[in-house]
Design a protein around this ligand. Structure first.
Ligand code: PBG
Length: 314
């Protein structure tokens, strides 16, 4: 008890550094990249200052900038020129993500881990993450699995190092594992968005990826924010289906659930907006956010702050 015990003794100078329990390193960061077939020069996303949609012609340059900052990995999201109800531009050899992967790999080879998001919402005209029955307005689980398998194989063929299914379909990890193995890609790991909540914090992403939906919402497949037992069931199933990495999303509001975390678009926008108004110190807010995710136990963090953080950590 006080006065014998004074915790402030360990909070001074280098002693403070010595007893730090958690670290944040550039090796813990994954930077998202949006690549868009409809543009010829980078376009800033208005709700995410500092984050851009890149045309295919500039994607390798952006990836190089990220790699030069020492960031080990990127996750790619594609916006196609053409969308239909079946999301048919998601899995062709020359579609936007596949082409982006090839360009990045040609430029950087093994200097950068290229992860691809596997979902249909950026490619469907209705914006849902799967095949839709228009009569019942239902997103159909099993027919969607087949498409997800095709997308994964097409990304692996283009040279992706890892695939990351984000659509919250039941059985998606198993279906993708089977498709990859059948295609000769048994060494490509799957990072599952294992516990992905139905969150308002994805709002800015939907502007970035042009993936808003035309009816209903995603609550029939993404998890209820009130649930945590269910997250453990999701995770157990994904492990059983062969997931190599389990990710939780969003990050900050869900730290009790975490394994690897996605610090999502809305979390980015909130800090940027508050900093732009002069209400908080941006650099400190970035550090506190990322270290809190590490402290909660995340091995790594997918974050739009990856470049900012890499510069700060230098
Ligand atoms: C695709 C997908 C989304 C995000 C990642 N993959 C959007 C969604 O589910 O609506 C969101 C990421 C972010 O907000 O930064 N299904």
């Amino acid at each position: 008890m006080f006065p014998e015990i004074r915790l402030r003794r360990l909070r001074k100078g280098k002693i403070r550094d010595l007893v730090r329990e958690t670290t944040l390193s550039v090796d813990d960061l994954v930077m998202p990249i949006f690549v868009n077939e409809n543009i010829d020069s980078p376009v800033e996303i208005s709700s995410m200052p500092g984050i851009y949609n890149f045309p295919l012609s500039e994607v390798a340059k952006e990836a190089k900038e990220i790699a030069d900052l020492g960031i080990p990995a990127v996750i790619l999201f594609g916006v196609p020129a053409f969308k239909d109800a079946e999301g048919s531009t998601s899995c062709g050899e020359n579609d936007v993500v596949q082409e982006a992967v090839r360009r990045i790999k040609a430029e950087l080879g093994n200097r950068l881990v290229v992860i691809t998001d596997i979902c249909m919402c950026e490619f469907t005209s209705h914006g849902h993450c799967g095949i839709v029955d228009f009569e019942t307005q239902e997103v159909l689980n099993d027919p969607t699995l087949e498409v997800l398998g095709k997308i994964a194989v097409s990304h692996a063929r283009a040279g992706a190092d890892m695939v990351a299914p984000s659509g919250m379909m039941d059985g998606m990890v198993g279906a993708i594992r089977m498709a990859l193995d059948a295609g000769g890609f048994e060494n490509i790991p799957i990072m599952s968005y294992a516990a992905k909540y139905h969150s308002c914090f994805y709002g800015p992403f939907r502007e970035a990826a042009e993936s808003g939906y035309s009816f209903g919402d995603r609550s029939t497949y993404q998890m209820d924010p009130a649930n945590s037992d269910e997250a453990l069931r999701e995770v157990a199933l994904d492990v059983a289906e062969g997931a190599d990495i389990l990710m939780v999303k969003p990050g900050l509001p869900y730290l009790d659930i975490v394994s690897a975390a996605y610090n999502v678009s809305g979390e980015y926008s909130m800090i940027k907006a508050a900093a732009a108004s002069g209400w908080i110190d941006e650099k400190k807010a970035i550090y506190e956010s990322l270290i809190s995710i590490r402290r909660a136990g995340a091995d790594f963090i997918i974050t739009y702050f990856a470049k900012d953080a890499a510069r700060m950590l230098k």
